[in-house]
Design a protein around this ligand. Structure first.
Ligand code: SF4
Length: 234
């Protein structure tokens, strides 16, 4: 556990962590969002499963900041879905973070960095602007799940990473649990979900998934890369 974490300097920090680790799903989210002495934000890609977590957040506190990165390479369908879901759920504070235009122009003048060095492309377009934004928060809530595989199989509901605590209320949710939640709440679907894209990032780096290879198999296909880095940069 990192000593840099703000929560460890909080008078009730260890007590809170211990209590949160015993919870999951909406109960965990409620417990975290009622803690007003810590700065909390939700990190969301507005991807195919994001509506489940965002719907829970909206029902508890729609004014919680939602941080999402627009790299400039997203599918048009993803941008339209972000706007539609924000409206549907009445989310009051969605913060769309973009990389600086000058940085992109210097780093990726021909727009092909994703081919030659996708790690550098993600670093500049996504990780850096995200890191600068979340530096002002103590707790980051994410929608990551174990069933996505790759490095996520052993994801805990609460992680202490550097200065942040990451809370993953859906860590134990299966694909079926997500489907049940989407149906029971009649939540809008990402338009590309039914077209064979169960996990969606930037348009140049997202392909249809191979069902036998997992939900995220269409991401950076042909590269060793499995994560953009916003959840692993620390
Ligand atoms: S997902 Fe691809 S296009 Fe998007 S930032 Fe990463 S490498 Fe660049």
């Amino acid at each position: 556990m990192s000593d840099n974490s703000t929560i460890l300097k909080h008078p009730k920090g260890r007590e809170l962590l211990s209590a949160w680790k015993a919870l999951s799903g909406e109960a965990l989210l409620k417990a975290v969002l009622k803690e007003r002495s810590l700065k909390v934000a939700v990190s969301s890609s507005f991807g195919t499963e994001s509506a489940v977590l965002l719907d829970m957040v909206a029902r508890i506190n729609p004014a919680i900041p939602i941080i999402t990165v627009d790299t400039g390479r997203l599918f048009a369908e993803s941008i339209a879905y972000r706007e539609a879901l924000t409206k549907h759920l009445d989310l009051l504070d969605v913060r769309v973070i973009r990389p600086a235009e000058s940085l992109v122009a210097n780093m990726d003048p021909d727009g092909l960095l994703y081919q030659s060095n996708p790690d550098a492309c993600c670093q500049g377009r996504k990780v850096m602007p995200y890191a600068m934004t979340v530096a002002g928060f103590d707790i980051l809530i994410t929608g990551r799940k174990r069933h996505h595989g790759d490095g996520r199989q052993h994801l805990d509901v609460v992680e202490v990473t550097g200065a942040h605590v990451k809370v993953n209320p859906l860590a134990h949710f299966s694909a079926d649990d997500i489907e049940v939640a989407l149906r029971s709440r009649n939540l809008p679907r990402h338009p590309l979900a039914e077209a064979g894209y169960p996990s969606i990032g930037c348009q140049p780096c997202t392909h249809k998934a191979c069902p036998s290879k997992g939900v995220r198999s269409g991401r950076w296909a042909g590269h060793e890369k499995t994560e953009c880095g916003i959840h692993t940069f620390l």
